[in-house]
Design a protein around this ligand. Structure first.
Ligand SMILES: [Zn+2]
Length: 311
């Protein structure tokens, strides 16, 4: 009897702990021309939208969240994208690693679940150096992607790796500088960090687009293949339920809020006109879809699910 009770308690604890782990599949594949884009979940983090969003009209945040069947604390995706093209494996961003708690840092497992190994990654294109994008590059001061070259815009490296900027930063923001430095240093030491000029192809069909504001060197990446196009936005949008309707609403993490809002408006307008695919790492996983105009604002149209993976 004692054993049965122990077994039942163990089963109960196992069930409870299972319910708390990230057990979703965590990857989604879709073709873009001859290339393949694979969304890889790094997990989710819950954000208090009323505390983090600025420049909203009275009650606007709560109203828009309600219209989207959400409440103030929004479980927010952190998604990394893997591009498979011309026998290369290219990551866009690297997730949070161990910097932001146990609900994040799932990228390596998602890469493996999708059928790859971290050692196979040829390049990581970083949109900017915030912890939730750069943290997964390094684990215990070792490179998670030892065969990858890391691409970062010069303005972001200059800003986030500056000791002076860290000293001048508010106490609560110093962690951002530490995370950037810890994550990048092993690659800098190995001579594996490269900068780039905007507009010059980094790989066939892949170019970098200047979208500064959220971070001084914030970069979006464009992939084009066989007439199809997808733009990896980085952090042009955080709160989809609010910011599509009102792109003027900004988030606490923006280094330059007015510029971030301006880039967001421009990106929404351009995506609406261009009708191309967009991949946005903080929209609900897999964060791939289109943008359409909606009155004075915009709407996000998530990709239609497909069970077929081309090629
Ligand atoms: Zn982010």
């Amino acid at each position: 009897m004692k054993h049965v009770t122990t077994f039942l308690i163990a089963l109960f604890l196992f069930t409870v702990s299972k319910a708390q782990v990230n057990s979703q599949p965590g990857y989604y594949k879709m073709p873009i021309g001859d290339a393949e884009v694979i969304a890889l979940s790094d997990g989710t983090i819950t954000l208090d939208m009323n505390a983090l969003l600025f420049n909203a009209k009275p009650n606007e945040i709560n109203n828009l969240l309600q219209q989207n069947f959400l409440t103030n604390k929004v479980e927010t995706s952190i998604t990394v994208y893997l591009i498979r093209t011309n026998n290369k494996l290219i990551l866009i961003d690297a997730g949070a690693g161990s910097f932001m708690g146990s609900t994040l840092g799932k990228l390596t497992q998602s890469i493996i679940n999708a059928g790859f190994q971290p050692e196979q990654i040829d390049a990581v294109l970083l949109t900017h150096l915030h912890a939730d994008h750069v943290g997964g590059l390094t684990a215990n001061d070792k490179m998670v992607f030892p065969n990858a070259t890391i691409y970062i815009n010069k303005s972001d490296t200059a800003f986030w790796l500056s000791k002076q900027n860290r000293t001048n930063a508010a106490e609560g923001d110093k962690g951002f500088f530490d995370a950037a430095s810890i994550s990048i240093t092993p690659y800098l030491k190995a001579g594996k960090v490269k900068s780039f000029d905007y507009g010059t192809p980094l790989f066939p069909g892949i170019t970098a687009l200047a979208t500064p504001g959220h971070s001084p060197g914030h970069t979006s990446y464009v992939l084009e293949s066989k007439g199809e196009k997808i733009v990896f936005w980085g952090d042009l949008v955080h709160a989809g339920a609010v910011q599509f309707e009102d792109p003027a609403v900004t988030i606490h993490f923006d280094v330059d809020s007015p510029k971030a809002a301006e880039e967001r408006k421009q990106a929404f307008k351009d995506a609406t006109t261009g009708k191309y695919w967009v991949a946005a790492g903080h929209l609900s996983f897999p964060g791939i879809g289109h943008v359409r105009a909606n009155g004075s604002g915009y709407s996000w149209v998530p990709a239609n699910y497909s069970s077929v993976v081309a090629r």
